[in-house]
Design a protein around this ligand. Structure first.
Ligand code: PHE
Length: 344
């Protein structure tokens, strides 16, 4: 086949397709460059018999048109700038921002801290892994107290069997108050927020960890009346200015006398509802006057100083305030639950 068989060249041009820029360039070199087939054909015109020159010229032109057509078609394809970003369509609806929310435990914790800092309490924190002294012994727990049982407390067993049961996950933040008393001279006015652990089966009403805020006030002449007034202030700030409190005798090893504090039901205002179990009162916290043994254990002169202490569960208060009926919701991280606190 001759290099200038028009039919074949025409077919080649017609069926040409470039799969890459490189293939297109080879096509250009073969047909359209200075040393390419077309310019060679044109230069051959002068050697053609005059009678056939017209027909020859037409053939070259047909071929040239086809070649240029194909070339342009693919050049358009490969000469496109590489698109790296799509221009913004300003008419599209905007993407909604997901606003975060405070966890209800944090909301209540912050509020409690805020209320007590207003009346001169500072904040103290301590370790979650505690020794027996700070969690139990200094707080006047007898050796055979049930809280020292493995059923109630998560003990951390060391490799050395003899050292077993000397460390535990703290069961209350009273342990932090022992640390404060050991290192601070009265007057002491502190609240201790933090996470605590108890060996409970997880259910809607109990969990193996929860959060507390405990308070401690030690000075000369601190009386039960001071405790009562402080708790009334707290209840009215937290649950509404028309709230009332009542104190029922109770028992804790580290306070004497001890009491449980109830607040008048802020939902039914005392008329009786499901939350207060139709009693008009809801139990909020434990409290009492610091036991002299505890002061002595912490090297504070119990003949000179007295003090009161109280402790409450944050989740319990959050459940009452926000109508939450399952303790497990606090730690499941379900966005549907958490989002309900956005903007609070
Ligand atoms: N430590 C007690 C508890 O965890 C609460 C409390 C604190 C009670 C201070 C009385 C005084 O249940």
């Amino acid at each position: 086949m001759s290099r200038f068989d028009f039919e074949t060249l025409l077919k080649e041009a017609e069926s040409f397709s470039a799969e890459s820029k490189e293939q297109l360039e080879n096509f250009r070199l073969r047909f359209l460059s200075k040393k390419g087939i077309l310019s060679e054909l044109f230069s051959k015109m002068k050697d053609v018999e005059p009678a056939q020159r017209k027909a020859f010229g037409q053939q070259i032109n047909t071929l040239k048109k086809k070649i240029e057509e194909r070339f342009e078609e693919f050049r358009y394809l490969y000469d496109q700038p590489v698109v790296t970003s799509v221009p913004a369509d300003v008419t599209l609806p905007g993407e909604a921002f997901l606003t975060g929310s405070h966890h209800p435990v944090n909301l209540v914790r912050k509020k409690i801290i805020h209320l007590f800092s207003h009346i001169g309490f500072n904040i103290s924190e301590g370790p979650e892994i505690e020794d027996d002294w700070h969690n139990f012994s200094a707080l006047n727990f007898p050796e055979d107290h049930p809280a020292r049982d493995m059923q109630d407390t998560f003990f951390i067993l060391g490799e050395n069997a003899a050292a077993a049961e000397s460390f535990a996950l703290r069961t209350h933040t009273s342990s932090v108050q022992v640390r404060v008393m050991e290192t601070t001279k009265p007057p002491v006015r502190t609240i201790s927020p933090g996470r605590v652990y108890r060996n409970e089966a997880i259910s809607a009403r109990a969990h193996c960890f929860f959060h507390q805020v405990e308070g401690l006030y030690i000075d000369e002449d601190v009386s039960f009346a001071d405790l009562k007034q402080t708790l009334l202030y707290f209840a009215r700030e937290m649950f509404g200015s028309d709230s009332e409190i009542r104190l029922r005798p109770s028992y804790f090893p580290f306070t004497e006398p001890s009491a449980e504090m109830d607040v008048s039901c802020f939902l039914c205002k005392g008329k009786g509802c499901n939350v207060c179990k139709h009693t008009g009162w809801v139990e909020i916290l434990g409290c009492g006057m610091v036991h002299p043994n505890v002061l002595d254990n912490c090297k504070i002169d119990s003949t000179k100083f007295t003090g009161f202490a109280f402790g409450m569960g944050i989740e319990r208060i959050a459940m009452l305030l926000y109508g939450i009926n399952d303790l497990r919701l606090f730690s499941q991280n379900d966005v549907r639950f958490l989002q309900q606190f956005a903007g609070i």
